[in-house]
Write a protein that binds this ligand. Structure first.
Ligand SMILES: *Cc1c(COP(=O)(O)O)cnc(C)c1O
Length: 348
C-alpha cells in the first residue's frame, strides 16, 4: 500500500520523532499558577520573535481570536472584519455569543484585502443608534493569499487614526512571511516581525504548517495579554502541565519555519502539473494552499473526483472548488501521484 497523501489541510501533520523527543523531555509545571517553564519559554520566544511585550499559549486559534476580540472590545462594541475571515465566518459567531461583540463584515477584494474606503465608511459615528466600532481584524494569509505589506501598513494606520485597535489573525503568519521574504530577499523571521509590527495583537497557529500537534499563541502588550489571560480562563483554556504541548511549539519555531518554503514549492509543483488539464482553472498559489476550480463538464464531477482520489490514496476537500494544502508530511512523490490521479480522472 502506498502512503496516503493527505492534502485536506496543513493541520493533519504528525509530530516528528524529534518533536516528540522535545515534548517528552520538556520540563513541566502548573501553568495556571504560571509555573510551567516550557510554556513560559514558548511565550517568551514568540513575543521576542514578533516584537511584542508578552504572549499567551492557547489550545486553539479559535480561542486565541476569541480572547483577542474580547480583550479589544466590550459588550456593544463591534469589530470590522472580512466576510471570509476565520474570526467572522468559521468560529461559530463566538465573539457575538460569548462577548456580545457584533461583527461588521466587509466584502473582500480579489487580492483578499478590504478596501480602505469600505473600512472607513463602516466606522460608525459616536451616536446612540450604533455599536461602537473598536477593532479592525485582518487575516494574513487569507485563503492562502499574502496581503501586500503596504496594504497592511495603510489599513492599520487608518484604523489607528480613527481610534480603533488592530488584530491580525496570523494563523499562517509564517507562510505569509515566507512568501514575502521571497520578494524582499529578507529573512523569514524578519518579515514575520515586520508584518506583526503593524498590529496591536497577533495570533499564530502552531498546529498548521509549523507542524505542532496542538496550540496557538496570542501576542500583544502586557496589559492586553493580562486581559486575554483572564478570558482564556473563562473560556476553559487554562491548562495545567501544558508545557508538554508548548515544547512542540518551541521546537516548531526553531526547526519548522525555514522549511515552509518547501511546502510553497510543492503547491506550485501541483499547480504546474495541473495547468494543462482540461476542466481545471486556478491561480498560481502564493503559499501552501492551491484552489482549483472545476469548470465546464468537470464542474458537476467534484464529489466523484474526490471519491476517485480517495481510492487512489489522495485526500482533498471542496465542492466545485477543490482545496489542496501542502505541509510537512507531503513530498514531491506524493504531489506527482496527486497530479497523475487527477489527470487520469479528468482525461477518462
Ligand atoms: C485554522 C485557523 C484558525 C483556527 O484555528 P483552530 O486551532 O482550528 O481553532 C483561525 N484562523 C485562521 C485563519 C485559521 O486558518
Amino acid at each position: 500500500m502506498k502512503p496516503i497523501v493527505d492534502l485536506r489541510s496543513d493541520t493533519v501533520t504528525q509530530p516528528t520523532a524529534d518533536m516528540r523527543n522535545a515534548m517528552a523531555s520538556a520540563p513541566l509545571g502548573d501553568d495556571v499558577f504560571g509555573d510551567d517553564p516550557s510554556v513560559n519559554a514558548l511565550q517568551e520566544k514568540i513575543s521576542a520573535l514578533l516584537g511584542f511585550e508578552a504572549a499567551l499559549f492557547v489550545p486553539t486559534g479559535t480561542q486565541s481570536n476569541l480572547c483577542a476580540i474580547l480583550s479589544h472590545c466590550q459588550r456593544g462594541d463591534e469589530y470590522i472584519v472580512g466576510q471570509f475571515a476565520h474570526c467572522y465566518r468559521w468560529e461559530g459567531g463566538g465573539a457575538a455569543v460569548f462577548g456580545s461583540v457584533q461583527p461588521q463584515p466587509l466584502q473582500h477584494q480579489a487580492d483578499g484585502t478590504l478596501r480602505l474606503e469600505d473600512i472607513e465608511a463602516a466606522i460608525k459615528p459616536d451616536d446612540a443608534h450604533f455599536a461602537r466600532t473598536r477593532l479592525l481584524a485582518l487575516e494574513n494569509t487569507l485563503g492562502g493569499k499574502l496581503l501586500p505589506f503596504e496594504y497592511l501598513q495603510h489599513a492599520t494606520q487608518l484604523a489607528k487614526s480613527k481610534g480603533l485597535s488592530t488584530h491580525l489573525d496570523g494563523a499562517r503568519l509564517f507562510n505569509a512571511a515566507t512568501a514575502q521574504a521571497t520578494v524582499t530577499g529578507a529573512d523569514v523571521r524578519e518579515e514575520a516581525r515586520r508584518i506583526a509590527g503593524c498590529f496591536d495583537s497577533v495570533s499564530v497557529c502552531l498546529s498548521k504548517g509549523l507542524g505542532a500537534p496542538v496550540g496557538s499563541v496570542l501576542c500583544g502588550s502586557r496589559t492586553f495579554v493580562a486581559s486575554a489571560h483572564r478570558i482564556r480562563k473563562m473560556a476553559g483554556g487554562g491548562m495545567r502541565q501544558a508545557g508538554v504541548l508548548a515544547a512542540a511549539g518551541t521546537y516548531a519555531l526553531d526547526y519548522h519555519v525555514d522549511r515552509l518554503a518547501q511546502d510553497h514549492a510543492l503547491a506550485r509543483r501541483l499547480a504546474e502539473g495541473l495547468a494543462e488539464v482540461p476542466g481545471l482553472q486556478m491561480e498560481a498559489p502564493q503559499t501552501n494552499i492551491l484552489f482549483v476550480d472545476l469548470v465546464g463538464s468537470a464542474k458537476e464531477r467534484s464529489a466523484e473526483l474526490l471519491q476517485y482520489l480517495k481510492t487512489h490514496g489522495i485526500l482533498a476537500t471542496g465542492l466545485y472548488r477543490l482545496r489542496f494544502v501542502t505541509h510537512l508530511d507531503v513530498d514531491a512523490v506524493g504531489i506527482d501521484r496527486a497530479i497523475a490521479a487527477i489527470t487520469g480522472f479528468l482525461k477518462a
